[in-house]
Ligand binder design. Structure first.
Ligand code: 77D
Ligand code: MG
Length: 304
């Protein structure tokens, strides 16, 4: 009988460590990692377990019921376990601020990386594309979650050269109403979404295409060279004007073709994940298995 006990304990042990009961008083903040639309992120230490985490604090103007609803729905994040999704430790609310504690990705976002060390080379972009697609497919197929906010600042990197997604809404309708107070019409949104149409998983494909082009050329691809447009005109431009092509002499035909397909304006004509994960641009990434760890090391050196 005694022999049987440790097995059960062991199982109990593992599940408990996964679900740390987070309290503000157990968290020791370090430097701020960034602040963007509607939230700030800090590096923190969970003192009782010695775990380094990233904590995002979002000010949520909502009554107690809505706040309870948000916390209940965020519990879904405990089940989002995948190599291409940023880990989740827990969330809590105090004084109207929602705190989301997640895996610390020490090299930050692709947005801050390309702005510091320049455009990302194609073979690295191919591996990034593969990771992002695998993360999006996992969220959609396992949890029926559409990311809704794919952009370079929500694609995170760590020194193992791992690429993971964060900031995806797990919320139901109610919480979405709260989320809408944040969601400015982001310029990564697909034309059908900018025009107030139904948001589908196909809209994430558009956002992936735009994000890859930006990372490849080192600037947001719309409008072409030089002109700076106010947001409303930019959104009009994205809806009405043709997608500026990648400079053909600098990129492979596979990469150009991959981006062109993601940026088909009609969501029904735009390829789905099933098609994209088999595209030559992505298949070569799988074959060549680029040394992402070496790239991450180089990035880490340059970010210092
Ligand atoms: C309403 C909301 C805060 C709660 N419900 C929600 O469903 C969420 S979840 C979630 N974030 C999140 C998601 C997954 C991981 I891993 C880590 C995370 F921080 C977020 C979140 O951060 N949203 C931000 C608000 C500011 C504008 N950009 C998007 C949300 C939205
Ligand atoms: Mg974000």
């Amino acid at each position: 009988e005694v022999a049987a006990l440790p097995k059960q304990l062991e199982k109990l042990e593992v599940s408990n460590t996964f679900k740390i009961d987070l309290k503000d008083s157990d968290l020791k903040p370090f430097e701020e990692l960034g602040s963007g639309n509607g939230g700030t992120v800090n590096k923190i230490l969970h003192v009782p377990t010695g775990t380094i985490m990233a904590r995002k604090v979002i000010h949520v103007e909502a009554n107690a019921t809505v706040r309870k609803q948000i916390l209940r729905e965020l519990q879904i994040l405990h089940d989002c376990n995948n190599p291409y999704i940023v880990g989740f430790y827990g969330s809590y609310i105090n004084e109207g601020d929602l705190s989301i504690c997640m895996e610390y990705m020490d090299l930050g976002s692709l947005d801050s990386i390309y702005r510091k060390i320049g455009p990302i080379k194609e073979p690295i972009l191919a591996d990034i594309t593969l990771s992002v697609l695998r993360g999006l497919i996992y969220l959609h197929e396992t949890h029926k979650i559409i990311h809704r906010d794919i952009k370079p600042s929500n694609i995170l990197v760590n020194s193992n050269g791992e690429i993971k997604l964060a900031d995806f809404g797990v919320s139901g309708q109610l919480v979405n109403s709260v989320a809408n107070t944040f969601v400015g019409t982001s310029h990564y949104m697909a034309p059908e979404r900018i025009q107030g149409g139904k948001y589908s998983v196909q809209s994430d494909v558009w956002s992936l295409g735009i994000s890859l082009m930006e990372l490849a050329i080192g600037k947001f691809p719309f409008p072409p060279e030089g002109i700076v447009l106010p947001i409303f005109d930019l959104l009009q431009y994205i809806v009405n004007e043709p997608v500026p092509p990648l400079p053909a002499d600098q990129f492979s035909v596979e990469f150009q073709d991959f981006c062109n397909k993601c940026l088909i304006k009609d969501p029904h004509k735009r390829p789905n994940f099933k098609y994209l994960i088999k595209h030559r641009f992505v298949i070569t990434a799988e074959a060549e298995n680029v040394d992402m760890k070496a790239w991450a090391k180089e990035v880490g050196e340059k970010l210092k």
